[in-house]
Design a protein around this ligand. Structure first.
Ligand code: 5GP
Length: 114
């Protein structure tokens, strides 16, 4: 299968505004932000969606969540908060088949989502 856009960003084949990276994850700013601050936390491993994760991926999935507060703080979102979203599959509107967490903030966010 051909590489997703996120695999190409992770491989540095195409540019992105990378704000954090380590051996398991890369975080970069979303190209079409839905709020004043919108970043994506993406595992280096190309897991398409949660159903494709296996037992060996526990630590990667945990790491994605555990790193979110530090990335949010780096973006100035620690004080007022932020939302983490995973669009998982068609009905959720997932466009890129590479698991990712949206980290969104910088204004009061509506709930429930549309
Ligand atoms: P999804 O709909 O799959 O949950 O979210 C995919 C996200 O990736 C969207 O918010 C979209 O704006 C973002 N995106 C798509 N292509 C690119 C790109 O080339 N660069 C960056 N930085 N973000 C992208």
């Amino acid at each position: 299968m051909s590489k997703t856009i996120f695999e190409r960003i992770i491989a540095k084949e195409i540019p992105a505004d990378v704000i954090y990276e380590d051996e398991h994850i890369v975080a970069f700013m979303d190209i079409k932000p839905v709020a004043p601050t919108h970043a994506l936390i993406v595992p280096r491993k190309p897991i398409a969606r949660l159903e494709d994760a296996n037992a060996a991926d526990h630590s990667i999935l945990g790491h994605m969540l555990m790193k979110a507060p530090a990335i949010a703080a780096q973006l100035g979102l620690a004080e007022y908060g932020y939302r983490l979203v995973i669009n998982n599959g068609r009905d959720a509107g997932q466009e890129v088949p590479h698991l990712h967490i949206h980290l969104i903030g910088g204004r009061k966010l509506a709930w429930p989502p549309g």
